[in-house]
Unconditional design. Sequence first.
Length: 90
Amino acid sequence: MSDPAFKEWVVDASFGCQDGAFCFIPVEGHETDNPQFVVGMNYISSKPPDGARLVGIVHPDGDEAVEQFGAKYIETLMPMYVHGRILDEQ
């Protein structure tokens, strides 16, 4: 397993799912009240980078959009989920 520069990633639900691929965004401080998303470092794939962890889902439209996306793709995303925390993009 490789050691990625960013260890924790979220799914950008606004991208949707294109041919089984999601848009992953690195996040720092996901367990704090002020997570920092690393803009411009999007990773399009069916899973986070090797050695990285999926820690949440974000959507610019808020909780309802996150919940709808999560419900639609729960079977695909749940095996990748580490903490099961859904993050809200601020």
